[in-house]
Design a protein around this ligand. Structure first.
Ligand SMILES: [Zn+2]
Ligand SMILES: [Zn+2]
Length: 362
């Protein structure tokens, strides 16, 4: 197990549309912007196209990945697909395309799983096929979904001119679903910009970009924790990145409330560690450690329920029972940081390899 300080954090934005589908800027332009915001990765996912897959690569320190957003014949069940060479057939059922991605060793993430909208122009696009169990992750927070849901009921002018100000937190139903799914197996939770750079007509010839890429790249970010720096070879770097995502070594943040880079959450007992996405055997000395870049309301969640909280920059919580632990950090009533889980398991679940590695460390 890597010590928390040896983990390499990469910060970026996932789920970006371009002119290849319904976005308003080109890959080149968005890559330039990503570089200027000091991002470590950008993940493009246009609807049903991989036309610009050749732009994938390392641009200095910026890793650029091109997947796509698949949809079924009814235009719902959106699925972010990576690691396939061509767009899958639209005739496949959601269960079939989820299976296909897993089969070829790709990465598949359910987009806006619980979207509810009461808005004629933008009908809801939820995920409906929960029989399948082969996806790697779900979007626990989608900027576009939350914004459109709010737009239907809220103050339209405020929504048009301040698109970041109403971003509150991941939907409760999605967090509950995610915690439930993780009881069975690892399911990564990511944040999505669902960036389009949407333009709307305000009046006559007057158009406004309600959601400039500038805002979308500076709101919901995903932080991916690597065991080593990006290898120089792009294919290897991409593999390293996908592996970290599949292993749930991820936390997410709303950049508006502060740069969450440097945030740490780990479990420690004697000389044994588990960081986000990891697993650790319970002992009487087991504690959870949290280090945040600034003060917020740090909440410890166990099996979907809040069990401890403190208003501070750092926190240490003793752990008394096995379970699925994750952290939320809030800035008053606005969600700032949400981590993936650390699994605390009872001693009888200790495997041969775990025993060995503990021994090896002592
Ligand atoms: Zn979508
Ligand atoms: Zn999308």
């Amino acid at each position: 197990m890597k010590r928390p300080e040896d983990i390499i954090e990469k910060v970026g934005v996932i789920h970006i549309h371009t002119k290849d589908s319904d976005g308003s800027k080109t890959h080149r332009k968005i890559i330039e912007m990503g570089k200027s915001y000091d991002l470590d990765f950008l993940v493009f996912t246009d609807h049903m196209t991989l036309k610009h897959k050749p732009v994938e690569g390392l641009y200095g320190k910026l890793l650029v990945i091109v997947g796509y957003e698949h949809e079924d014949q009814d235009g719902i069940n959106h699925f972010l697909i990576f690691g396939v060479n061509s767009v899958l057939s639209r005739d496949l059922s959601p269960k079939q395309y989820v299976h296909r991605v897993k089969q070829v060793g790709g990465l598949g993430i359910i987009a806006h799983p619980d979207e509810v909208r009461d808005f004629e122009k933008y009908p809801p696009l939820p995920w409906t096929e929960w029989e399948t169990d082969e996806f790697h992750g779900i979007e626990i927070w989608n900027h576009m979904s939350e914004w459109v849901e709010g737009l239907a009921n809220g103050n339209k002018l405020k929504y048009l001119f301040k698109p970041r100000s109403l971003l509150i937190s991941p939907p409760k139903t999605t967090l509950e679903r995610w915690d439930r799914l993780n009881k069975r197996r690892k399911v990564v939770g990511i944040a999505s910009a669902d960036a389009h750079g949407h333009k709307v007509r305000i009046w006559g010839p007057v158009w406004k970009t309600v959601f400039p890429y500038k805002v979308e790249l500076n709101s919901l970010r995903t932080h991916v924790l690597l065991k080593r720096p990006y290898p120089k070879d792009f294919q290897k770097a991409r593999q390293e990145f996908f592996e970290a995502i599949m292993s749930c070594r991820v936390f997410i943040s709303n950049h508006r409330w502060g740069d969450a880079r440097g945030f740490k959450f780990w479990a420690e007992s004697d000389r044994n560690f588990a960081t986000i996405g990891g697993r650790i055997v319970i002992t009487s000395k087991l504690k959870m450690f949290i280090r945040a870049p600034k003060t917020g309301r740090i909440v410890l969640i166990r099996n979907g329920k809040e069990i401890e909280h403190t208003n501070d920059r750092n926190a240490i919580f003793p752990v008394k029972s096995p379970g699925l632990y994750r952290i939320e950090v809030w800035m008053e009533d606005k969600g700032w940081i949400f981590t993936n889980h650390i699994r605390v398991v009872p001693p009888y679940k200790r495997t041969k390899t775990t025993k060995k590695s503990i021994k090896g460390k002592q």
